[in-house]
Design a binder for this molecule. Structure first.
Ligand SMILES: Nc1ncnc2c1ncn2[C@@H]1O[C@H](COP(=O)(O)OP(=O)(O)OP(=O)(O)O)[C@@H](O)[C@H]1O
Length: 574
């Protein structure tokens, strides 16, 4: 593994390719730094040494199930091995004790059926084909024998299959520690059934995934001293709030909005809903329906799942009332108050109707709601001053309110699920499964991507410390002749973001306290502070953008923050 290779005439190599990533070939001649390669698809290409990797011409036809057994460990060999296995429906491969799962994009039920679970129970790593069940089994066994808690980290980019993998892990843990003798709904049933509820409110269609989780999730499964599940808790992170008010083709807003618009007729009439196309928060994109998904059925399924996790009929009614209120809130539009560009009023009767509906559903006073949207309340030591907002200010406060209500509804749901499932105060051991957003880089990136990528940098550092640093320290301690693997230490990018004084987040906090602070003034401050930082790039032309050089690539942030100085003290969610 990792033997330094000389590339010479006749060597089998992988050549970097803009379309295929890597293409195989044989070196025909070497002249100085230039290598002439004849590729297997019939081309002759001259490349630099740096664009080549050695290839194992005698690799096994079906690939290897643990990549530490690859003759050459380089990116091309790793990808080739995964692709070879994928072609024979082997979606799982180990790299030491790490499992790599390749998304099959088709149901493979034979991989997860009860007979397979039985086979994997107590099987040692390597005894059975690589599988996500082995990872759960090892974590469970280690917990039982060592009496220590364990965590499983599921990471990957959007659409890679993290949530499906998490569900498979949970099903297997439920199989190992399930308590089928319990009366009523078991804890594991409740945890598994919480998935459709959380997905209805926290998942949405994105360009890459029709059911993308727009939040991070850490599920803690607690066990008693004989290894039976005795409690559980779900912790969520970083719900994507901006999606509530802003979407673009071909995305959708959170599923729950479409589910409610497809609810039985009585509900539609009660909430004065209708075609999703008539709501501003949904009609910014042309995508309303998902192929193969029936929103009407899913509405009923979500209500049933809510029953299972212990959300009462009355609470369900309140939840969907809030969802409907947000749709009506988004349809409130503003115009100038008697030609005064500094203040705003409701635009027309239509907006008045939606304002009244919102107030009715949120059970608050419509006039106070209008006041809260069109005016800013400033509290000074001596007085409360109300200042009119112009149209764009009123829109920001409307959208701010929608985002706040939605994220609080989501947090409330998670709390409710947790109370209903119940934690075991006596439990000493747990297995945590972390399903968190992968690294994100879009055309336009904002504060949310900054937070997500920061989280991934933290996880990457943990991975580095765990896998590389601790392994290498162990080898050094035992005086084993070991060639150090080069890995990029990302402490510098973490410091850039999180340093208590002078890091990006600290400067952002400061900027948010300064009145009249803008994206531009904030960016200028960053340009000044980090002009020599090798992880920070000031773009040549843009005035408010900045680029962070993450371990996984460069990401340009264009909207670092939104100042929300809106007070909604009159509104209380009942
Ligand atoms: N093991 C699997 N078997 C069958 N289909 C799968 C599997 N893993 C993923 N998929 C398919 O891929 C889709 C995307 O997977 P998933 O939602 O788990 O991705 P993700 O990594 O959690 O994405 P995001 O970060 O966007 O939430 C699933 O809806 C499913 O259709």
């Amino acid at each position: 593994m990792g033997v330094p290779q000389t590339i010479d005439v006749g060597s089998h190599v992988w050549l970097e390719d803009s379309e295929l990533a890597w293409v195989d070939g044989i070196v025909f001649s070497v002249t100085g730094h230039d290598v002439e390669v004849q590729t297997s698809d019939g081309r002759t290409v001259v490349a630099k040494f740096s664009a080549l990797h050695p290839r194992d011409a005698e690799s096994r036809a079906g690939g290897v199930d643990d990549m530490t057994n690859l003759h050459y460990l380089n990116e091309a060999e790793v990808l080739h091995n995964l692709a070879t296995r994928f072609q024979i429906d082997e979606i799982y491969t180990y790299t030491g004790n790490i499992l790599i799962a390749v998304n099959p994009f088709q149901a493979l039920p034979h991989l997860y059926e009860p007979a397979v679970m039985k086979r994997y129970k107590e099987a040692k790593m390597g005894e059975q084909a690589p599988h996500v069940f082995t990872i759960a089994d090892i974590a469970y066994r280690a917990m039982i024998t060592e009496g220590k808690s364990n965590s499983i980290l599921v990471s990957g980019e959007s659409g890679a299959g993290k949530t499906e993998t998490t569900k498979n892990l949970m099903c297997y843990l439920a199989y190992l520690g399930g308590n089928s003798a319990a009366e009523g709904q078991t804890i594991e049933q409740q945890v598994l059934e919480s998935n459709p509820v959380l997905e209805a409110f926290g998942n949405a269609k994105t360009a890459r995934n029709n059911n993308s989780s727009r939040f991070g999730k850490f599920v803690e499964i607690q066990f008693d001293n004989v290894g039976r599940i005795s409690g559980a808790a779900i912790r969520t992170y970083l719900l994507e709030r901006s999606r509530v008010c802003q979407i673009s083709d071909p995305e959708r807003n959170y599923h729950c909005f479409y589910l409610l618009c497809a609810a039985p007729k009585e509900e539609i009439e009660k909430y004065k809903l209708g075609d999703p196309k008539s709501f501003h928060y949904l009609n910014q994109s042309n995508c309303y329906q998902l192929v193969g998904v029936n929103d009407a059925n899913n509405y009923l399924a979500t209500r049933r799942a809510m029953d299972v996790v212990g959300i009462s009929e009355e609470e369900q009614e309140a939840i969907f009332r809030v969802v409907a209120a947000i749709l009506h809130l988004g349809n409130i539009d503003f115009g100038n108050n008697e030609g005064d560009p500094e203040s705003s009023v409701l635009k027309d009767d239509d907006s008045k109707f939606h304002l009244d509906m919102t107030a009715q559903l949120l059970r608050c006073d419509p006039e106070s709601l209008e006041d809260a949207l069109c005016k800013r309340k400033m509290i000074t030591p001596d007085d409360v001053i109300k200042k009119s907002l112009d149209i764009s200010g009123a829109i920001i406060s409307r959208d701010g309110l929608a985002k706040t209500i939605y994220s609080r509804l989501f947090d409330w749901l998670v709390d409710k699920i947790n109370v209903s499932i119940g934690q075991d105060p006596k439990s000493k051991c747990l297995i945590g499964v972390l399903d968190i957003y992968g690294f994100e880089s879009f055309e336009s990136n904002s504060f949310e991507q900054l937070c997500i990528n920061y989280t991934n940098e933290k996880l990457q550092q943990h991975f580095n410390q765990h896998v590389f640093k601790s392994e290498q320290a162990e080898y050094t301690k035992e005086e084993i002749d070991w060639r150090y693997i080069e890995f990029v230490d990302n402490q510098d990018v973490l410091s850039l973001i999180e340093k208590k004084t002078g890091g990006i987040i600290a400067l952002l906090d400061e900027a948010c306290l300064v009145p009249k602070s803008t994206h531009e003034t904030f960016a200028q401050k960053l340009y000044q502070t980090f002009k020599d930082h090798k992880r920070f790039i000031k773009p040549k032309l843009a005035r408010s953008e900045f680029t962070i050089v993450h371990y996984a690539g460069e990401v340009s942030i264009s909207y670092p923050y939104l100042i929300l100085l809106v007070h909604f003290s009159i509104l209380a969610l009942k």
